[in-house]
Design a protein around this ligand. Structure first.
Ligand SMILES: Cc1cc2nc3c(=O)[nH]c(=O)nc-3n(C[C@H](O)[C@H](O)[C@H](O)COP(=O)(O)OP(=O)(O)OC[C@H]3O[C@@H](n4cnc5c(N)ncnc54)[C@H](O)[C@@H]3O)c2cc1C
Length: 515
């Protein structure tokens, strides 16, 4: 699935978007559903930057209450159930256990915060907070005996990079042109339009696209795009804050997460991950390097291991770390002294001098609030566009691709797949429904045996799935498939990933040609 920018010298796009992270793709989805023509350029793979490096929580952000971010927390809390409804395959509820730590925040303060958390955000489906006696509750078993009291509350999990690709897929289904591996080199205002110069990063070809309005959703590169590509010479108010995660073999058997307090007043999470692992993160460090080269430092890994060792009975050592990933938060610089205190709210800046085409730049935000950010962004550029064909708000009503089943219907979907494709191992049926929802049927097609799914690359990854990802989800390289469309990189060997890459290099063009 690779669309090249159409020649728009006659008919310009209504909106051009720079950046295929959650914010760019969320805006593309909303805008195309409202009848505007959209072109989106992403210089790498979709979600190749911050939007695949999050903690993967759809959450209100309990700790933001301490910074009085009530607007953000309320909006984020309300989004939990909305997003769960539109994407019940890739978003699901989680219970978080927050142990009380003597010497840190008092129990009454935690309970008060959770009371607000339960009541601020229109919770209808997610269960409320309860007190947990850790000596008797199974969630206390993996923890050191010092922790006796805790609270358990609700938030949700999201497959972050899949959320991005599903927004892009939905946008494309509504007419948007989504162009991964397309870097915006230059943008100028000319004859009442934005004229963008784009480079195809796979072929080196240069093209031009014209648009009435431009959205700079370049995440950590928002200032870079403003200064280098759009020649604005602004001292853009962006604060880059790095966060790293470690993945270790699973530390416990139950399905709840932990939110732990650290003596430095930061909090961190330990979350069941991909069945056999525990995800631990994150750090918060000011960053001034190249965001495309970000990785977890030895110090960050040691910090997360030490933090986990204060809570878990089983030692977490640097040797037990099987994978790390890092991302850079493109936060709005509100002048906060500490990185952890910088606002996580989004800030939208409109540049639309009289009679010239509008430019909207996006700072900050969360995966959780990206749908609302898209609505706010479009409200700001709407006066510069032809009339919309539909009102704002539809994105919270209509399911994302594959998500057209009830929030409690996941097991029914797995049963339906197992019934239609009885040859599939149950674990594979579950994984496919988690990733593709009802579109797992499209992926599997008329297969009646495992052999019909073609070559097997390892860990249940079949040629049929690879073809689906190339044709319908813009996958180009093995990394796109094993780290962003799936997380099979945790299970595949280096040789198996190399084999997949070779297969893609040889067969990708013919797969697209037969589309
Ligand atoms: C460690 C960490 C943990 C987090 N945890 C959570 C969480 O649990 N829940 C939550 O809700 N949020 C979380 N967040 C926040 C969330 O991940 C970000 O707010 C969000 O991903 C930002 O999306 P974005 O689209 O702005 O940026 P990005 O995802 O970085 O997308 C910007 C894109 O622009 C592209 N680009 C840049 N320049 C150009 C150019 N010239 N031409 C074309 N393309 C270009 C880049 O390649 C990139 O893909 C976390 C963030 C971090 C770092």
């Amino acid at each position: 699935m690779r669309q090249m920018p159409a020649d728009t010298s006659v008919v310009p796009y209504d909106i051009a978007v720079i950046g295929g992270g959650i914010n760019g793709c969320g805006i593309a989805r909303d805008a195309s559903g409202r009848g505007w023509s959209v072109f989106l350029a992403e210089k790498g793979d979709l979600a190749s930057a911050t939007s695949s490096a999050s903690t993967k929580l759809i959450h209100g952000g309990l700790r933001y209450l301490e910074y009085y971010e009530f607007r953000l927390v309320r909006e984020a809390l309300m989004e939990r159930e909305t997003l769960w409804r539109i994407a019940p395959h890739i978003i699901w509820p989680l219970r978080f256990v927050l142990p009380h730590h003597k010497g840190l925040r008092p129990a009454w303060l935690l309970r008060l915060g959770l009371f607000m958390y339960d009541h601020l955000g229109g919770r209808k489906l997610l269960p409320a907070t309860r007190t947990v006696h850790l000596r008797h509750d199974p969630s206390g078993a993996p923890l050191k005996s010092d922790y006796t009291l805790g609270f358990e509350y609700s938030d949700c999990w999201v497959e972050d990079s899949r959320l991005v690709v599903l927004n892009a897929k939905d946008a494309a289904g509504r007419g948007a042109v989504i162009a991964p591996h397309t870097c915006c080199l230059n943008g100028v205002r000319e004859d009442g339009l934005w004229v963008l110069t784009l480079r195809d990063e796979l072929t080196g070809d240069i093209t031009t696209v014209r648009a009435r309005t431009l959205v700079n959703a370049a995440g950590p590169w928002v200032a870079d795009v403003l200064n280098s590509a759009l020649h604005k010479n602004t001292s853009a108010a962006v604060r880059l804050v790095k966060g790293s995660h470690i993945v270790v073999p699973k530390l416990y058997d139950h399905d709840r997460c932990y939110i732990f307090q650290n003596p430095d007043r930061r909090i961190f999470f330990a979350i069941p991950y991909e069945q056999d692992f525990t995800l631990i993160g994150t750090t918060d460090l000011d960053f001034d390097g190249d965001p495309s080269q970000v990785s977890a430092s030895e110090d960050e890994i040691a910090y997360l291991c030490k933090a986990a060792n204060d809570y878990f009975n089983v030692p977490v050592t640097q040797e037990s770390v099987v994978w790390t990933y890092s991302g850079v938060r493109p936060l709005y610089d509100d002048g906060a002294s500490e990185a952890q205190a910088a606002t996580r709210d989004y800030v939208l800046k409109l540049d639309a001098p009289m009679d010239s085409p509008a430019l909207l730049s996006i700072y900050g935000g969360k995966i959780t609030t990206s749908r609302r950010l898209a609505e706010a962004a479009l409200a700001m550029i709407e006066p510069h566009l032809p009339p919309a064909k539909r009102k704002a708000g539809w994105t919270g009503e209509e399911p994302l691709p594959g998500g057209n089943f009830p929030v409690n219907g996941f097991d029914d979907q797995v049963r339906a797949i197992a019934l239609r494709y009885p040859f599939l191992p149950m674990s594979l049926a579950r994984r496919l429904v988690r990733a593709y929802g009802t579109l797992a049927h499209t992926l599997l097609g008329d297969a009646t045996s495992m052999a019909d799914l073609g070559k097997m690359f390892g860990a249940g990854l079949s040629e049929a799935e690879v073809k689906y990802l190339v044709r319908h989800e813009w996958a180009t390289t093995a990394a796109d498939i094993v780290w962003r469309r799936t997380k099979l990189g945790l299970r595949l060997s280096k040789a198996e990933i190399a084999d997949l890459d070779t297969y893609l290099q040889t067969n990708r063009s013919s797969m697209l040609a037969k589309n």
